[in-house]
Write a protein that binds this ligand. Structure first.
Ligand code: RFL
Ligand code: PHB
Length: 386
């Protein structure tokens, strides 16, 4: 088997890259470890930046997003039982949209299969070889058979635990910070009790009220990193959500889990003919809602770089990929860390709590502070200098 770009991983990064390459008539094959039903059900991100929405529309996969996505103009920052509205649309002219990551994945997968781009699910024992050469190879098993896929380029879009980054580990510097807390997240069959998202500071810890549709709420609670989910029966979750968020509408809990939180960057994002994109190269804590959007931004930069490399043998953009992508990655790292530090119990005592409240007050009182938060949150314009 041969293709121009072998894409490892069928999450948002891999699938969006495949769409971008297909548009340029560059051949690619997507290899995904999980089965299709699992990938399309996996509940993860929900908040899309304007840049991400614009790109999905441009790729012809915006129809359902336009029908079902919930466009938002701002968020509430809450402390001491008071919600302060940050009107992001007024401050930046841009919006954010709630539309589940698994819906994006479904739309992209359908569009790729419609366009005859191969997406192979349930591949096993994926290994990358000779990424230093002009003919890197991917070996894998699919439906009981062993395959070798020879490529011009490999895109490692296989998430934080994938094989791609590990293949070039000796060429990479890793920057990492692991937070001493995580998020307990639930999906509840209940209409959201708020029009806009609420990010809440509370002495008991952070909470977030988000949603997926007019009938489904997505809610999160800060818990210690080593917390056992068994300690959190539904009644305790609802009580704690009410304490931290005020009004919440209760409903059947259809999904429940604890996500650890880390900040992580791998530099460089390329070695030889292997290019990393998305969570394979970087992780942000979810407080800034940047993970999925960064993954999409990486491939927005990677697609023209690979197009130039493969169609006209021009390596300049490919050589500049790491620098261009990391500029936005580190900006998002800083923003996500800032949001996290401002809103979570950092287990640092009352002094830290007072500093957090001073930051929240500053955003409520200063338009400059609110605008800075807003332009980062809605996403800086998708230009090469950011
Ligand atoms: P993904 O989505 O992890 O996809 C990688 C894919 O690769 C597959 N894979 C392999 N395939 C072949 N061979 C192998 N050896 C493989 N190993 C793995 C995996 O099965 C998977 O399908 O990475 P990608 O594409 O880079 O996308 C990144 C996003 O998924 C991630 O950043 C976001 O979900 C993060 N995130 C959020 N991002 C936002 O932009 N807005 C949000 O509101 C937001 N909320 C969140 C989040 C992540 C969360 N969790 C659970 C980590 C909320 C949560 C709770
Ligand atoms: C979500 O809806 O899952 C969500 C929203 C905002 C965040 C993180 C997660 O910051």
């Amino acid at each position: 088997m041969r293709t121009q770009v072998g894409i490892v991983g069928g999450g948002p990064a891999g699938l969006t890259l495949a769409m971008l390459l297909q548009r340029e008539n560059i051949e690619c094959v997507v290899l995904e470890a999980r089965d299709r039903a699992y990938v399309e059900k996996r509940v993860r991100a929900g908040l899309l930046e304007q840049n991400t929405v614009d790109l999905l529309r441009e790729l012809g996969v915006g129809a359902r997003l336009d029908r079902e996505g919930l466009e938002h103009s701002g968020v509430y920052l809450r402390h001491h039982e008071t919600n302060h509205y940050v009107d992001m649309a007024a401050l930046t002219g841009r919006h954010i949209t709630i539309y589940g990551q698994q819906e994006v994945v479904k739309d992209l997968t359908n569009a790729l299969l419609d366009r005859d781009v191969p997406v192979h699910f349930e591949v096993a024992n994926v290994a990358l070889h000779d990424v230093d050469s002009d003919n890197p190879r991917i070996t894998f098993e699919h439906q009981g058979d062993k395959h070798v896929l020879t490529c011009d380029v490999i895109a490692g879009c296989d998430g934080f635990h994938g094989v791609s980054r590990q293949t070039i580990a000796e060429h990479i510097t890793e920057y990492e910070y692991v937070y001493p807390f995580g998020w307990l997240g639930i999906l509840a069959e209940a209409p959201p009790a708020t029009e806009e998202l609420i990010y809440a500071w509370h002495p008991n810890g952070f909470a977030l009220h988000s949603m997926r549709s007019p009938n489904v709420s997505r809610l999160y609670l800060q818990v210690p990193a080593d917390e056992d989910i068994e300690e959190w029966p539904d009644d305790r979750i609802w009580e704690e959500l009410r304490t931290r968020l005020g009004d919440v509408n209760e409903g059947n809990v259809s999904e429940k889990g604890i996500t650890p939180m880390r900040s992580f960057v791998a530099e460089p994002m390329q070695h030889g003919r292997l290019f990393l994109a998305g969570d394979a190269a970087h992780i942000v804590p979810p407080t800034g809602a940047k993970g999925l959007n960064l993954a999409v931004n990486d491939v927005r930069l990677l697609a023209p770089a690979l197009t130039d490399l493969l169609k006209s043998s021009s390596p300049e953009l490919a050589e500049g990929y790491t620098t261009a992508a990391l500029r936005r990655v580190w900006r998002a790292q800083d923003f996500s860390n800032y949001m996290t530090q401002m809103l979570h119990d950092l287990y640092g005592g009352p002094f830290q709590g007072r500093l957090q409240l001073a930051r929240l007050e500053y955003i409520a009182r200063s338009e400059a502070a609110a605008r800075s938060l807003a332009e980062n949150y809605v996403g800086l314009p998708a230009q090469p200098d950011f």
